[in-house]
Write a new protein. Structure first.
Length: 287
């Protein structure tokens, strides 16, 4: 049986999770798509981002952390730091994301949903977001970039972002002009090529699909928790990719980049969530 060994230690990486020689492909694949080993902080934040609409108790998060080799003290320290940073808030019922992380949560939900434009058609118009206030503080500039990426916009040049108007427009931001209209003088496919690196996105999607296939085979024959950590990392990488991939209309791409990946991710995530719930003590389960 192919297995992962989860190492419980005092380091900040849960995946000092050691990959056995019989399955050497997952970590290089994750590194190739920019997914670094997840710290206790990123593990808890990713988990909370995936549980929208309700707080999660500290007891539940400690139980989840234990399955990933995280000590109780490590989990509580990470939660304290996340709260201090303003990424999560502590309520009487537990912890939930807040501030810009709540925006990220909404972006992830949109990324995991089927994009409307690829199935309902596209009228040929484009969204263009243009910064008109050049005196914005750095925090506003960072938020603008995060919002544009989460809205699946592509950067034409600094402070100018575009995309086909087959999805909802990005949120209104102070100092940013948002327009919708046709684009003359340039071919749509050529413009897409300037806004996104489509071949690189296709490679990333294929690599993630391969990782999901491997994990699916492992999970089917393994009733232990040893595949949880790599499955969680692959899931996090998929969510990150799907949050910002352009979801372009069929008129502008040969084949949708992420359709197969989105479906495969859902299957892996459902299997992971079910297995996770089965291994948590009743008091640690989310109601």
């Amino acid at each position: 049986m192919i297995r992962y060994r989860i190492v419980a230690n005092k380091s900040r990486d849960i995946n000092d999770a050691v990959v056995s020689e019989s399955l050497p492909s997952i970590r290089p694949t994750l590194e190739a798509v920019g997914q670094r080993p997840m710290s206790a902080r990123s593990t808890l934040l990713s988990y909370l981002l995936g549980v929208p609409g309700r707080p999660v108790s500290a007891q539940h998060l400690v139980s989840v952390g234990a399955l990933f080799g995280l000590r109780s003290g490590t989990v509580r320290t990470a939660l304290s730091r996340l709260t201090t940073a303003g990424d999560v808030e502590s309520t009487a019922d537990g912890y939930r994301v807040t501030g810009t992380m709540r925006d990220r949560q909404s972006q992830q939900e949109r990324g995991l949903a089927d994009p409307g434009g690829t199935s309902t058609g596209w009228d040929g118009t484009w969204w263009t977001a243009l910064v008109v206030d050049e005196s914005r503080p750095m925090a506003a500039r960072r938020r603008f970039r995060s919002v544009m990426l989460g809205a699946r916009m592509g950067e034409l040049r600094p402070e100018v972002w575009m995309r086909p108007a087959d999805v909802e427009p990005p949120p209104s931001l102070t100092g940013v002009a948002l327009t919708r209209g046709t684009v003359d003088g340039v071919d749509g496919r050529e413009l897409v090529g300037r806004l996104w690196d489509i071949p690189a996105s296709e490679i990333t999607a294929r690599r993630l699909l391969e990782a999901i296939d491997v994990l699916g085979a492992v999970a089917a024959g393994d009733e232990s928790v040893e595949w949880f950590a790599p499955a969680f990392e692959v899931s996090a990488a998929c969510v990150s990719f799907l949050r910002t991939e352009p979801a372009l209309p069929a008129d502008l791409v040969e084949t949708p980049i992420a359709t197969d990946l989105r479906e495969s991710y859902r299957a892996l995530n459902a299997r992971f969530r079910t297995a996770l719930a089965e291994h948590l003590p009743p008091a640690g389960r989310v109601p």
